[in-house]
Structure formats: structure tokens, C-alpha cells
Design a protein around this ligand. Structure first.
Ligand code: FAD
Length: 426
């Protein structure tokens, strides 16, 4: 947006270009390369949504129709034009890679600059005004306008910002597991006799259950005909997520089944939610055998509270692999109780949802940012002028489309501020 408006933004990206990042991420999933904490499902060109289902819907209020702008830019970069008119559009992983490359080329052709492997490790703040950023290489880049759109996994960056005095507060997020069922089961339940009709494609679902213990359990980021993926960004920690290709024709349907939690569950510093996530991710890593395999359990065994020892009819899709066992220790007791209650309740809406052989893999901890970097109406941090927190990491978006919408909004306020500064100087 800034490049289109005639500015020359510099984009600093800690990870690699999308092709190199794809090699690192898929190499890790297929056990061909080691895990790379700077190049993975979270970090690298395109951000967290690059290896995803590319679902492009959002529940945010969008009275200015910025979402239309985001979708139009995606189409200009090669996404299927159907995303402009179909209900619940999605792009699919491999298409997204090409879209991201085209967007980069457009930004560069307009005078913008993109620097890879350029991690921001510090911000210079003088009397409450940002003055620039320092990169891991030691280089200092001077600027009075810094957009901070680092995503929800930039934990080291959040720590640095807190140390520099930028106002951060804890916010609610959700924790749980990925569940996998045969896609044919979901199709049958949703489409009845028409299941399998090519016009309908693979069915999705959205489920919510309010539990006796006061918690709510819901399905999140449902990926029809997709794969469960390794989404960690720190060594020795394990996180699951989901993705699909455009065709959505893998054998399993997957979604996150998660429980809402609030800062009351992780009291303390503004970053206590991150410590909480890390503990769960470390436990999951250990339960999986400390080799990035995910701990898993059959739904029937999970509900009956017995460890799983062998797979049934559903083959888990998570790579590098799944180690069967007991997931009851992998989340706090209230979350385990809530998910145990919710699965049979979901079975009443989708017959077979609590089938014995459906498979759970854990843990899902990065549903949204555990923090908010609060900003004022004019988009600047409430205590640091010139710092513009944006997107999911700052707590202002929850998905690809809402992050894009927030990006458009922030670009507008940055442009306004730059123009006002210029006219004052003139
Ligand atoms: C596997 C997976 C599947 C998903 N599926 C979907 C989906 O289908 N639909 C949907 O709407 N959402 C999905 N999401 C969520 C979605 O990707 C995010 O909501 C969205 O990407 C947030 O956008 P963002 O720009 O705020 O942050 P991000 O996309 O996380 O981008 C932040 C960028 O900042 C970089 N960065 C971080 N720290 C620094 C630093 N210190 N210096 C320099 N660069 C830094 C990162 O490398 C990253 O590229 C998925 C996420 C994952 C992981």
C-alpha cells in the first residue's frame, strides 16, 4: 500500500525468500533438513499464512471494504479471481507461494525494498519517539515511522519491546489439539446423498460447545481435505496447525479443537501467555519423543482416558510423524475436561465426529497472539510515537484477511502522518 502511494518502504524480514523458505520448511517436515528457527512455517517471506489453507474470510467489521482491496491485490498477484465472489474463498498452499513472489515483484517495481534474513533486534526510542531499528547484523536503519507487523510468534521481539518500555498487555487466546477425520465422513454429514459431487468439493464445518466448567470449546482453522503441519518456530518446542492445497483432496479433514483461555489462566507479566505457550509446547515436544514427532491419541482412547497404542482406520497426516500415547497431561486439566465433554457433543452435530479412530495431535497453542501492543486511534503505540503495531502479532488481526485489512488501515495512517510532517517542514 505504501509503495502504491509513492513512498519507498523498506520491508525487513527475518526469514528467507519464499522459495528458500519452502525448501527449509518442507525439508524439515520430510526429515530431510534440520529444523531452522529462522525459516519455518511461521517465519519467512509471506508470513505465517504462506503454508496454509489460505482461507480468506474474516469476522472483522470492515465498513470501508478494505477486504475488497486485499482480495483484489491477491488476484492481481495471481490468485484465482473466484476469490472475489465465492463464499468462503481460499487460495491453497502452493498457489500462495507464487502470489507472494508476484507481490514482492510489484513492491520492488514501485520502489520498495525487501531485505531477507534481516531480523530486527532492537528499536531506538528517544523521549517516547521511535528513531529507528537495529538488525541482527548490527546495522542501524534510521526512521521515525516503523510499522511493527511481526506476527504472533516473534517472541524474542516482544521481549525486546517490553524491555524498551513499549506498552504491551496480555490478551486471551486458545489452546487445544488438531483432530483428523476421513473427509468422506464430513462430506456425508454435510452433503448427504450429494457427498462426493465435484461441484460441492470437500465439506467444512464450524462447531462450538459451552462446557459445564464454564469453558467454551470450538473448532478453528478447519482445513477440508488437508494436512496437519508442524508449525513450531523455536527449537525443542512443538506446535500443530493445518493447511490444504487448492484442490483440498487429501484423505483427511482436520481442524483445531481449542478451548478459550484468558490472562486469569496465566497471571503475571504481559508476556506470561508466551511462557504458558512455551511450557505446553515443551511438554508436547517431550511427549512426542523429543524429535519433532507430535504426540497423538485416538479420540476413543482420549475420551475413555487410556493411552493409544495402535492406529485404527484414520492415518495421521502430520509430518515428521506421530507418536501415539496419552494426551491427558499435555494441557491443563480444565482444557482436557472441556475437550472430553465437547467431542461427544460435536458428534451430535456431525455423526462420527467422536469416532474411535479419529486422531488427535497436539498441541495447538498459536491460535492468536497472546499479547496486544495497544495503539491509539492514529495507529501509533499508546506510549511510543512513530511505532505502528499492526496485524496479528500486535493483537489486531486473527487471520490472513483481517491482517491484510489491518495493514491497509495502518498504511493509510502512516501515509497521513508522513504527509503532515512533510507539509509542516515545507
Ligand atoms: C500453518 C498455518 C495455517 C494458517 N491458515 C490460515 C488460513 O487458512 N486462513 C487464515 O486466515 N489464517 C491462517 N493462518 C493464520 C495467518 O497466517 C495469520 O493470521 C497471518 O499470517 C497474520 O499475518 P501478519 O502479517 O500479522 O503476521 P505474519 O504472517 O506472522 O507475518 C509476520 C512476519 O514478520 C516476520 N518477523 C517476525 N519477527 C521479525 C523481526 N524481529 N524482524 C524481522 N521480521 C520479523 C516473520 O518472519 C513473518 O514473515 C495460518 C497460520 C499458520 C501458521
Amino acid at each position: 500500500m505504501l509503495a502504491r502511494m509513492g513512498f519507498r518502504p523498506i520491508i525487513l524480514e527475518r526469514g528467507k525468500s519464499v522459495r528458500d523458505r519452502t525448501a527449509d520448511t518442507f525439508g524439515f517436515w520430510k526429515k530431510k533438513t534440520d529444523f531452522n528457527p529462522e525459516s519455518n512455517a511461521q517465519f519467512g517471506e509471506g508470513g505465517a499464512g504462506t503454508f496454509s489453507d489460505g482461507k480468506l474470510y474474516s469476522q472483522v467489521r470492515d465498513s470501508h471494504h478494505y477486504g475488497r482491496k486485499v482480495l483484489t491485490e491477491l488476484v492481481n498477484a495471481g490468485a484465482n479471481p473466484e476469490i472475489l465472489y465465492i463464499n468462503k474463498p481460499h487460495i491453497g498452499t502452493f498457489k500462495l507461494v507464487g502470489v507472494v513472489e508476484k507481490m514482492r515483484a510489484t513492491i520492488q517495481s514501485l520502489g520498495g525494498e525487501i531485505r531477507f534474513q534481516s531480523r530486527v533486534v532492537d528499536v531506538a526510542i528517544e523521549h517516547g519517539q521511535v528513531r529507528g531499528v537495529t538488525l541482527a547484523s548490527g546495522e542501524f536503519i534510521s526512521s521515525d515511522h516503523v510499522v511493527l507487523a511481526v506476527g504472533h510468534s516473534a517472541r524474542d521481539t516482544f521481549q525486546m519491546l517490553l524491555e524498551r518500555g513499549v506498552y504491551i498487555e496480555a490478551k486471551p487466546f486458545s489452546i487445544g489439539f488438531r483432530v483428523e477425520h476421513p473427509q468422506t465422513l464430513i462430506d456425508r454429514c454435510r452433503f448427504g446423498e450429494q457427498a462426493g459431487h465435484p461441484v460441492l468439493g470437500s465439506a467444512d464445518y464450524k462447531l462450538v460447545h459451552h462446557c459445564k466448567n464454564g469453558r467454551s470449546v470450538y473448532s478453528f482453522c478447519m482445513c477440508p481435505g488437508g494436512l496437519v503441519v508442524a508449525a513450531a518456530s523455536e527449537p525443542g518446542r512443538l506446535v500443530t496447525n493445518g493447511m490444504s492445497q487448492y484442490s483440498r483432496n487429501e484423505r483427511n479433514a482436520n481442524s483445531a479443537i481449542v478451548v478459550g483461555i484468558t490472562p486469569e489462566d496465566y497471571p503475571g507479566s504481559p508476556l506470561a501467555g508466551i511462557d504458558f505457550q512455551r511450557r505446553l509446547e515443551e511438554q508436547a515436544f517431550a511427549l512426542g519423543g523429543s524429535n519433532y514427532e507430535a504426540p497423538g491419541q485416538l479420540v476413543g482412547d482420549f475420551i475413555a482416558d487410556r493411552p493409544s497404542t495402535s492406529l485404527g482406520s484414520v492415518r495421521p497426516s502430520y509430518q515428521p510423524g506421530v507418536k501415539l500415547g496419552d494426551l491427558s497431561q499435555s494441557l491443563p486439566n480444565y482444557a482436557i475436561a472441556a475437550i472430553c465433554e465437547a467431542l461427544p457433543a460435536f458428534d451430535k452435530q456431525i455423526k462420527g465426529f467422536a469416532m474411535e479412530d479419529a486422531i488427535l495431535t497436539g498441541v495447538e497453542t498459536r491460535t492468536s497472539s497472546p499479547i496486544r501492543i495497544k495503539r491509539k486511534e492514529d495507529g501509533q503505540s499508546i506510549n511510543t510515537l512513530g511505532l505502528y503495531p499492526a496485524g496479528e502479532g500486535a493483537g489486531y488481526a486473527g487471520g490472513i484477511l483481517s491482517a491484510g485489512i489491518d495493514g491497509v488501515k495502518v498504511a493509510e495512517v502512516v501515509a497521513l502522518s508522513l504527509l503532515q510532517n512533510t507539509s509542516i517542514k515545507h
